[in-house]
Design a protein around this ligand. Structure first.
Ligand code: EPU
Length: 439
């Protein structure tokens, strides 16, 4: 991951074709799943993004051998020799705690660096730690590392997650799949990427079934073998380009995404005046269906709700919608800081602590988790230099820059490249004027 900045000249409708990569929030997890096999796995449609690079370095430091090609990676866990993972030489992500769970089947003591990732709220790991303890291990945090230990084999258990956390569900899957006996996860996350992860673990020989709405039952197995697995298209990336098309009054054909995985996004796009045409099982085209976009109210939620990771690109599009849009963020407690930058560019936005649509778990706790957007407003770049604080805010700024008159310079673009890879080649099939310069 090299340092650099993007220079974007905006003010034109964006037309063209963009290819979605494999899903970031699945690819890195399948790399950890592959560590559980007794033989190599081959992952296909792996995105070329910073988060995959970081994860590759993390698992290599435990002894995993990898062979990476254009969009595939072979992960050979048979060389795992170390019960520890070092700090990556680049910035960390959310994956170390998952690696800890995978390694805990092989070693009785495991050390991994603390998780990093975007600064979008508290992002505690208490559910992970509680689950690790229920499986019979101990975990403590010391000097920026997590240290876990167990006296005997991990034992299946009953876990009721206080909230359907994606990461904590993954921790339970990695622990339960090879623990002794049965594990039952209640109130599990059921995002499509979680279901795909379960599919991969079952292809490896796991016995994991879904019962009812949010219950997952795991019958622990003694061993797993490697498998071949294709990473699904990135639904968050697809929504980013849909938002760019709507915001700029352009037309973007998005390939590499199964339109059905966007079924819970398309109604909101529709309500805002966005249009779409399904081209085939792997392609969808986005544009404005109405000349003027309309304000909408929405709240983010766990799947099948409106994904929190769609919030920033979509809300940026809503700065171009007529009327008052309202956004209630119920998943992360601090995901609106990017709005002050949009305000500097000319958007009319405000944030507040009140729950807008219905009371959520942040009610009365002092978090700025609601936003109001008055539109439509003209955005002006005027050569402004903006520092990107996190991945999705970064993409929101790319959209904002594309619809602003004049030029905008984005710094700290490693945040963007951690999840979207190199935007220059990705957007080369569009007319967006974007340059990358090294700092
Ligand atoms: N939470 C706790 N304690 C825990 C775990 C979670 O309180 O032990 C809370 C978090 O603080 C948060 C909520 O539960 O308020 C949801 O967190 P979750 O564990 O579901 O998130 P995550 O696994 O850390 C993944 C994605 C995020 C995405 C969330 C929610 C990855 C690498 N990250 O994070 O993606 O927002 O699920 O869907 O899978 C992104 O891609 O931009 C991104 C931030």
């Amino acid at each position: 991951m090299s340092e650099g900045k993007y220079i974007i000249r905006g003010g034109m409708p964006i037309y063209g074709t963009v290819k979605c990569m494999g899903a970031k929030n699945l690819a890195t997890k399948t790399m950890v799943a592959a560590m559980l096999g007794g033989s190599p796995s081959c992952l296909i449609n792996v995105p070329q993004i910073g988060d995959v690079d970081i994860t590759e370095h993390l698992i290599q430091s435990a002894g995993v051998k990898t062979i990476r090609n254009a969009d595939s990676i072979v992960i050979d866990p048979t060389f795992i020799s170390k019960p520890s993972v070092f700090f990556p030489d680049s910035r960390s992500n959310r994956i170390p705690i998952l690696i800890l769970s995978a390694l805990l089947h092989r070693f009785s003591e495991v050390t991994v660096p603390a998780v990093g990732g975007d600064n979008i709220g508290n992002r505690k790991i208490d559910f992970h730690c509680d689950a690790i303890k229920l499986f019979g291990a101990d975990i403590k945090v010391q000097d920026g590392f997590y240290l876990a230990s167990r006296r005997s084999k991990l034992k299946g258990c009953d876990i009721a997650l206080p909230y359907p956390s994606v990461g904590a569900t993954e921790t339970c899957l990695f622990l339960g799949v090879m623990a002794e006996g049965q594990t039952v996860i209640e109130n599990a996350a059921i995002e499509p990427e979680i279901i795909e992860l379960i599919t991969m673990l079952n292809l490896m020989g796991g016995i994991i079934t879904r019962r009812g709405d949010r219950k997952i039952v795991i019958n622990g197995v003694k061993s797993l073998q490697g498998t071949n697995f294709r990473i699904m298209g990135d639904r968050i990336e697809a929504v980013s380009w849909a938002s760019l098309a709507g915001a700029s009054n352009g037309n973007i054909r998005v390939c590499g995404i199964d339109p059905r995985t966007l079924y819970n996004f398309l109604p909101y796009y529709n309500m805002a005046g966005g249009g779409y045409r399904i081209i085939n099982h792997d392609e969808i085209e986005f544009f404005r269906a109405t000349e003027v976009m309309s304000a909408v109210q929405f709240e983010t939620d766990v799947y099948p709700g409106f994904s929190t990771d769609w919030q920033q690109p979509f809300a940026t599009m809503l700065t171009q919608a007529q009327g008052i849009s309202k956004v209630h963020e119920t998943v992360h407690d601090n995901r609106f800081e990017y709005l002050s930058v949009l305000e500097d560019l000319g958007a009319s936005v405000s944030t507040g602590q009140k729950c807008i649509i219905q009371k959520c778990r942040y009610h009365g706790r002092g978090y700025n988790h609601s936003a109001t957007i008055h539109g439509a407003t003209k955005l002006m770049g005027d050569g402004k230099v903006i520092t990107v604080p996190d991945l999705r805010a970064g993409l929101a700024y790319v959209i904002a820059a594309a619809i602003s008159e004049g030029t905008i310079v984005l710094n700290d673009i490693y945040h963007i490249e951690r999840g979207y890879g190199d935007l220059i080649s990705k957007l080369s099939g569009t007319n967006l004027s974007i340059r990358r310069v090294c700092q």
